[in-house]
Write a protein that binds this ligand. Structure first.
Ligand code: HPA
Length: 277
């Protein structure tokens, strides 16, 4: 009981802080920028930038390549919010901490969230540098972000996860890619705790259970976004391959490099989607 009241109070406190900092100018779209995907920020006409360290109740992001800033500004002519850097479960944060920003987004009026990440590809059709629209996910995290007594003010006890990734936005992305002649894959994202990259046997396992790509984020945030009835669009950059018989040894540096190379296309796609939404 105590933790529930606590969470609601924290959400309220943090959202009030943000509302003040942006002088009541509130976006309806948010973007979570994953590993090495911060370059989209260069396209934002920034109005307000708040380091996570200044945001009450926000944990501080620690991992290399994650800056840790909330950004408010204009992207493709629309006022949006961006999270530069996210909180990963493998860093030691609780599921409640990992997903707290989503609760705050809901409280300030966010209706749609774009989630990006770097992922390893199991699908043999994938190449390093490919973009994959997430059409569905498989949750293999050891803890669930909605574990515990449900807080009815935040969402239902048993939220549906069918069409968790907005079919409308998947279609929009595919239409844009087709129009622009951009190679765009689609598939199922497996969310795992990390921080180890997969063994060849694990990549094979994830492929066999229906995954196309695997990464260490996104699934907790998407679950909480759907619990909060926020529309979701997810996109992965395939930074390394876990294709059966041809598994490469992944490294953080390689992941960052491949993510950086694919960023211009991702930035184009996201901007075009935001323009047309
Ligand atoms: N596995 C898990 N997470 C990842 C990978 C991977 O191969 N690549 C980037 N993030």
């Amino acid at each position: 009981m105590a933790h529930q009241i606590n969470l609601l109070e924290k959400i309220q406190q943090t959202s009030e802080f943000i509302k003040q900092r942006v002088s009541g100018k509130l976006p309806e779209t948010a973007i979570i920028l994953g590993s090495g995907l911060g370059a989209l920020v260069n396209h934002i006409d920034i109005e307000v930038e708040i380091p996570y360290a200044e945001v009450p109740n926000f944990p501080v992001s620690t991992v290399e390549g994650h800056k840790g800033c909330l950004i408010f500004g204009n992207l493709a002519g629309k006022y949006i919010m961006a999270m530069q850097g996210r909180f990963h479960y493998y860093e030691g944060y609780s599921m409640q901490e990992v997903t707290f920003p989503i609760r705050v987004m809901k409280a300030i009026g966010i209706k749609t969230v774009f989630v990006s990440n770097a992922a390893g590809g199991m699908n043999p059709n994938f190449r390093v540098g490919d973009l994959m629209i997430i059409t569905d996910h498989i949750n293999v995290f050891p803890e669930h972000p909605l574990h515990g007594k449900n807080i009815n003010e935040l969402g239902p006890r048993f939220p549906a996860m069918v069409d968790a990734y907005s079919p409308r936005l998947v279609k929009l992305a595919k239409d844009i890619a087709k129009e622009k002649g951009v190679r765009l894959m689609e598939g199922v994202y497996v969310g795992t705790q990390g921080p180890t990259f997969e063994t060849p046997a694990e990549y094979r396992y994830f492929w066999r259970i229906g995954g196309d790509a695997v990464g260490m984020s996104t699934v907790p945030e998407v679950i909480v976004a759907r619990h909060s009835d926020i529309e979701v669009f997810g996109i992965s950059i395939i930074t390394d391959l876990g294709v059966e018989g041809a598994v490469e040894k992944a490294s953080h540096e390689e992941v960052q490099k491949a993510a950086a190379a694919a960023q211009p296309i991702m930035a184009m796609l996201v901007q075009e989607m935001i323009t047309r939404m």
